[in-house]
Design a protein around this ligand. Sequence first.
Ligand SMILES: O=C(O)CC1=CCC(=O)O1
Length: 93
Amino acid sequence: MLFAVRMDVVLPLDLDPGLRDELLATEKAYSQKLQREGKWLHLWRVVGEYSNLSVFDVSDNGELHDLLWNLPLFKYMSVSVTPLAQHPSALAG
Ligand SMILES: O=C(O)CC1=CCC(=O)O1
């Protein structure tokens, strides 16, 4: 199942710089592991915002929920999820 996910990140201004660096490094490693596993298909920066648009390929809603819940930055994000289906006019699926 494919899902488009938008993540908007807001880090507290007073977040300890060491903790911030550690969180970002952990987030990067986590996302790259899921990309290598073929679960996180696309990861795009939204121009001008601390946000990304991503596409996930997972088995069901529960797997997506768990992947998102375990994002190291999850507590600093707003997340919106859009389930995707094939478009009948699409050349590539
Ligand atoms: O920077 C972001 O958009 C948050 C994020 C998601 C995966 C990652 O590595 O950073």
